[in-house]
Design a protein around this ligand. Structure first.
Ligand SMILES: Nc1ncnc2c1ncn2[C@@H]1O[C@H](COP(=O)(O)OP(=O)(O)O)[C@@H](O)[C@H]1O
Ligand SMILES: [Mg+2]
Length: 290
């Protein structure tokens, strides 16, 4: 892909509709071999971009889902302890005469066969690949420092096996829902982009692209309501995921035009908090009266 425009087109062929700012930063991340850090509200297409990139390049998508308390071992590797024990028992049984050499036996335990490669190690080994480090804001500082090192050196060292370095750096996408601020050092290593909710026309196009069965008029109505709801300061403003869910739900019910009754009945696809529901009913009344 030789230009942001080509990136836009390639993404579009996978059903992902980007704006030109996102296409540009995605293009540059590829050109400059830098990780791409995408921040934004939930449901704005951060994870989906990494999926689309893997599809475009026809390489595996290797996903590391971050969570509170995740540490380097969960990102890199573990030893398969039960299998190591079995291996040891087999060795013992095979050498009943006591000729088992302890040093040899130990060495054989830390063999490739018993290595459980986790996402970051897999990405280094299998690259070209897309490594998605999803929701990095859920992990803690220490884990961020670990990531920074891997993303700078493209290598890790395993005491029992030696250093594993990537032949070519994987394409890396980090996402954050911004539940906390990430460190400057990690941000500096990456190209950064804030993904906003799409504008009206693009969101209608996204619905049409992901759910071709949804008629244009219904897609438009759904998006208009959802976009209005995003200005209502709800506890959980609906993302594109909710727009798609709602359109699907209405389609299932055979709706071709949104009316108040069906909108109210299907609100569970859009609004996930009791407190928000009342607010939203209000907005619906107002909008559908127009
Ligand atoms: N620009 C887009 N083009 C196509 N689909 C999109 C776009 N943005 C979001 N989606 C769809 O919306 C849903 C939520 O997106 P996701 O990537 O999971 O959001 P995030 O990771 O930002 O929380 C997915 O089904 C995704 O395919
Ligand atoms: Mg996501």
């Amino acid at each position: 892909m030789n230009s942001p425009t080509e990136v836009t087109r390639a993404l579009e062929r996978t059903g992902y509709l980007s704006d030109s700012a996102l296409a540009t930063v995605t293009f540059l991340a590829g050109e400059m071999a830098r990780p791409l850090l995408l921040e934004g509200e939930p449901g704005t297409g951060k994870t989906a971009l990494a999926e689309a990139l893997a599809q475009i390049h026809d390489v595996p998508l290797i996903r590391l889902q971050c969570y509170e308390g995740i540490d380097a071992a969960q990102a890199l590797y573990d030893w398969d302890f039960p299998r190591q024990i079995l291996h040891l028992r087999t060795l013992e049984a095979a050498t009943k005469d006591g000729s088992l050499d302890p040093a040899e036996a130990e060495k054989s335990l830390f063999d490739e066969r018993f290595l459980l490669a986790r996402p970051v190690l897999r990405a280094l080994r299998e690259s070209p690949a897309v490594l998605l480090i999803d929701e990095v804001d859920r992990a803690d500082d220490e884990f961020e420092a670990f990531l920074l090192e891997v993303l700078s050196t493209w290598a890790v060292s395993i005491p029992e096996l030696g250093t594993v370095a990537a032949a070519t750096p994987p394409t890396v996408v980090l996402t954050s829902n911004r539940t906390r601020e990430l460190h400057d050092a990690l941000k500096r290593r990456c190209l950064y982009h804030w993904i906003d909710h799409p504008g009206l026309e693009r969101e209608v196009a996204i619905v049409r692209s992901r759910e071709p069965d949804v008629p244009e008029a219904l897609a438009r109505q759904v998006v208009e309501v959802v976009q209005e709801l995003r200005n209502e300061h709800l506890l959980k403003p609906p993302g594109v995921a909710e727009t798609l869910d709602w359109a699907r739900a209405l389609r299932r019910l055979g709706t071709s035009e949104l009316d108040l009754e069906q909108a109210a009945a299907t609100l569970g696809a859009v609004v996930k908090y009791r407190e928000d529901t009342d607010r939203v009913k209000h907005v619906l009344d107002r909008m559908l009266a127009r």
